[in-house]
Design a protein around this ligand. Structure first.
Ligand SMILES: N[C@@H](CCC(=O)N[C@@H](CS)C(=O)NCC(=O)O)C(=O)O
Length: 319
């Protein structure tokens, strides 16, 4: 676990000293968009036109942010348009690596050993965290974007004219509601589990875990008479919630101490999670071996022995 400082790798855990025991996530730095005609998107620079085999995605199957992008790639049928590399689940002193293991897919750009080499290749004096997902332009050797919420939106529509599957997970008329839902879910749930798990002060942990379960209770109620979060169709908001829920009982409940309730104790949220898991193309993006190995083995200050629990046994079949 570490970060780049002026292009040099430093092995360092998150700093929570300066923030009173609180984990504060840093903003992603590469923010350009792939668009159908190469014009600039809502942020960053233009020049990234949607073309087959031009873009490459770096992901971890363990990571909820990378997984939401993988789900969009899968449900939009982009497998033959956007290639992918998968990092090793263990994130240790060199950060994410391509160390061969089951499910790891090596780097085609420079056969890198470490993901940070991709960052320093495009920006030799980069300072910041080296995160997945990364959307990389193979033609210009540039990182287009490393913010999953934006890569999801790129995948939702940029490739529609060159062979993507039908489906709009961001309908115009639901956009305001989706954005509001995303904000709540991001803060309390997606990032909430991390804020609870990485807290280094008791009162900070308690505050975060309480807020997390308050919002889960609220969502449980919302889903009592609704199948999906916004409108009557699956939207981006559902996929964003899903990647946290699918990891909940396996890692967040134990490793991050988000244990007021199991997800399986929430009737509606559990049913919802199973339904989304059973959507075509989604189960293939979920790899519990990578998920459990990553969290339990990489965060040595939380789990010093690195022992990976055997359970829980979860049954995702819909009765
Ligand atoms: N805001 C980013 C967050 C991505 C992120 O934090 N990914 C984690 C893996 S789950 C990572 O690569 N962490 C490495 C680090 O922080 O050093 C996004 O949504 O894309």
């Amino acid at each position: 676990m570490g970060l780049l400082v002026d292009g040099k790798w430093q092995d360092k855990w998150y700093d929570t000293e300066s923030t009173g025991g609180r984990f504060v996530r840093k903003d992603s730095q590469f923010r350009s968009w792939v668009t159908a005609d190469g014009s600039a998107g809502p942020s960053g620079e233009g020049g990234f036109k949607a073309e087959p085999n031009r873009y490459h995605l770096y992901i971890s199957l363990a990571c909820p942010w990378a997984s939401r992008v993988m789900i969009m790639r899968s449900i939009k049928g982009l497998e033959d348009l956007v290639s992918v590399s998968v990092v090793n689940p263990l994130m240790a002193e060199n950060g994410w690596t391509f160390e061969p293991d089951e499910g790891v897919i090596p780097d085609p750009v420079m056969d890198a050993d470490y993901l940070y080499q991709i960052y320093t290749k495009v920006e030799p004096d980069y300072s910041g965290r080296v995160t997945v997902p990364v959307l990389y332009d193979l033609k210009q050797n540039k990182i287009v974007n490393n913010e999953s919420s934006e890569i999801m939106r790129i995948f939702n529509s940029a490739f529609d004219e060159i062979g993507a599957k039908e489906g709009n997970y961001l309908p115009e008329e639901l956009l305001t509601e989706i954005d509001a839902m995303n904000e709540k879910v991001y803060d309390a749930v997606n990032n909430g589990v991390y804020k609870a798990g990485f807290a280094t002060k008791q009162e900070v942990y308690q505050e975060e875990v309480t807020q997390l379960f308050e919002v889960l209770d609220e969502l449980e109620e919302l889903l009592a008479d609704k199948q999906y979060l916004v409108g009557n169709q699956i939207t981006e908001a559902d996929w964003r919630l899903f990647t946290t829920l699918i990891r909940f009982d396996s890692v967040y409940y134990g490793h991050f101490k988000c244990n007021i309730k199991h997800l399986t104790e929430y009737n509606n949220l559990w049913r919802y999670t199973k339904e989304l898991y059973n959507e075509p193309g989604v189960a293939e993006t979920v790899n519990f071996k990578h998920i459990k190995e990553h969290y339990y083995r990489s965060h040595k200050n939380i789990n010093p022995t690195g022992i990976v629990p055997v359970g829980p046994e979860l049954d995702f079949s819909l009765e």
